[in-house]
Design a protein around this ligand. Structure first.
Ligand SMILES: Cc1cc2nc3c(=O)[nH]c(=O)nc-3n(C[C@H](O)[C@H](O)[C@H](O)COP(=O)(O)OP(=O)(O)OC[C@H]3O[C@@H](n4cnc5c(N)ncnc54)[C@H](O)[C@@H]3O)c2cc1C
Length: 508
């Protein structure tokens, strides 16, 4: 991205609508970024078989911002004069949050809930930079500037919070050959080195946000960890920034009929390596500052808000899962059986529960920085914990109640196109009320969603994207302590025990 492509912020002249379109988004990715795939440096990611279809999917989201039928639901004009996606703007009321949820849900329905890191995910953080810029002290001006860039263009940011799974037992600073730390600074900025896991969707984004997660931040100590107490943003074409990608399920997908989800919704998870990468001062939000680095996760409102995006996304995915199990069991002729119906009911109830959590998040928010409101911390933390454990249950229900049906299939669309084989397939592969071709098509979709390598990655994502499972529980406890809930729970027990003593009831 070039600087002149980025309109300014409050007080500056800003075109009413600078939001990227599908075409300008795709063009913006051809910037010389260093993406490594299959032993080669990728040129233009939008033309590469590992990324092209996913890029096209994201481009469709950008086009929807401008389409008459979706623009109203998706966009608003923020208080700074930028037309933007609703979740990219700060929320000042429950109504704002509710409208943001509508925008998140609309984009998610376009991917059937199968892309976790659509651009609105990181908007959970970027939107808070507007009113919350003072949180970043001397770097507050940078925060405000980045808000303007992000909101006016609806920039696609990825983020990396996690150190690689190396030497977890040692203090971070002792692993500075791998974990991100500052090498040096000069008048223009800082130089950082190290690796971060994993930047989902990063090859298709404009910039990466770098910080540390809540567990690590809590263990940081001023003085000892200053070189690693950093929060910054780096454009994807920054010299010395490398993306080392995992295998692409999109590239492996031979045909949409075979892999209808993997072939267009695969968000590649890349390891980001900073090799003495230059970060100009205007991209720095915290520098050698343990307190701000610790505080950003909860204090910025990011945590509260990303869980609204994530739960809304999961609700759509659960709707899709319910639809798949309905269709799959109907095709297998098992849909009328009592236990099968109970399983479908269970998935629908999961969807309703997650949606209800989003409703709690929008209807009962708490005040946050600069007059904004965000979902209540305790509800966001609860949503995070339960949501990340739901997909395992969905998978178990499919395995028990669709059982072997998804494996009763053919090797590829070519089998169906073979005139000699086709009559045999038509006879033996039909479903209840479905021709063989439709039944195979349905079960290949189910396979891609629940059993393929793409599906395996999704299961891993659901469980871990929001932090490790222990940390999710520990955060619930920590925040119950800091917000006084735990003391309230203790007092309830104390009150109960005060009702009686060795002589019997104290109170009547
Ligand atoms: C598909 C996928 C996509 C992802 N995308 C992103 C992304 O875009 N951005 C991003 O930042 N991250 C991303 N992640 C990383 C994700 O956030 C982490 O995997 C997650 O936080 C879990 O951390 P971990 O894997 O490092 O596990 P660990 O932190 O190593 O935890 C594993 C287990 O080890 C134990 N353990 C670890 N540390 C300690 C300790 N100090 N004390 C005691 N016990 C400990 C705990 O029992 C814990 O459950 C992604 C992960 C996946 C799988």
């Amino acid at each position: 991205m070039t600087d002149d492509a980025r309109p300014g912020v409050r007080g500056e002249e800003s075109p009413a609508d600078s939001m990227l379109t599908g075409d300008t988004y795709l063009a913006s990715l051809d910037d010389g970024r260093e993406v490594w795939y299959d032993g080669e440096r990728v040129g233009n990611v939008t033309k590469h078989p590992a990324f092209a279809n996913a890029a096209r999917t994201v481009a469709r989201l950008y086009d929807a911002l401008h389409a008459p039928e979706s623009a109203e639901t998706l966009t608003t004009v923020d208080r700074f004069g930028n037309r933007t996606h609703r979740f990219f703007a700060p929320s000042y009321s429950s109504d704002d949050l509710r409208a943001s949820r509508g925008a998140i849900a609309l984009w998610q329905r376009m991917t059937y809930g199968w892309m976790g890191r659509t651009p609105d995910y990181k908007a959970a953080f970027m939107a808070q930079l507007a009113e919350g810029h003072t949180f970043y002290g001397d770097y507050g001006g940078n925060a405000l500037e980045w808000y303007g860039r992000s909101a006016s263009q609806v920039l696609f940011m990825n983020h990396v919070l996690i150190d690689p799974p190396i030497d977890r037992s040692r203090p971070r600073i002792e692993v500075r050959d791998v974990f991100v730390s500052v090498d040096r600074e000069d008048d223009n900025g800082i130089y950082v080195s190290g690796a971060k896991m994993v930047a989902t969707g990063s090859a298709l984004t404009h910039a990466t946000f770098v910080a540390v997660n809540s567990g690590v931040a809590a263990r940081m100590e001023p003085g000892r960890d200053d070189d690693m107490a950093l929060v910054f943003i780096t454009e994807m074409d920054a010299p010395g920034l490398k993306l080392i990608c995992r295998p692409s399920y999109e590239a492996a997908a031979r045909h949409p009929f075979e892999a209808p989800l993997a072939s267009r919704f695969d968000e590649n998870d890349a390891v980001i390596v900073f090799d003495s990468t230059f970060v100009p001062w205007e991209n720095v939000l915290a520098y050698r500052d343990v307190e701000t680095t610790r505080g950003f996760y909860a204090s910025s409102g990011f945590f509260n808000r990303y869980n609204l995006q994530a739960a809304t996304r999961l609700s759509v995915k659960l709707e899709f899962a319910a639809g798949l199990l309905l269709r799959g069991t109907e095709a297998a002729g098992t849909a009328e059986f009592r236990a099968v119906q109970a399983a479908i009911g269970e998935i629908i109830a999961m969807r309703e529960l997650v949606w209800a959590l989003t409703t709690a998040m929008v209807a009962d928010p708490e005040p946050s920085i600069g007059g904004t409101v965000v979902p209540r911390l305790q509800v966001a933390a609860t949503s995070r914990l339960h949501s990340t454990n739901m997909w395992d249950q969905v998978r178990a229900l499919f395995e028990s109640y669709l059982a072997g049906a998804p494996i009763y299939t053919v090797s590829s669309p070519n089998d169906l196109k073979n005139d000699e084989l086709r009559p045999t397939i038509d006879r033996y592969f039909r479903g209840t009320g479905l021709e063989a071709e439709e039944r195979i098509k349905l079960f290949k979709l189910i396979w891609d969603a629940l059993y393929s390598e793409f599906a395996g990655r999704h299961a891993l994502y659901e469980r871990n994207f929001a932090g490790n499972q222990d940390q999710q529980r520990l955060d619930v406890l920590r925040w119950a302590e800091t917000r006084g809930d735990a003391d309230r729970f203790r007092r309830l027990v104390d009150d109960c025990m005060a009702d009686y003593d060795l002589d019997g009831w104290v109170t009547r």
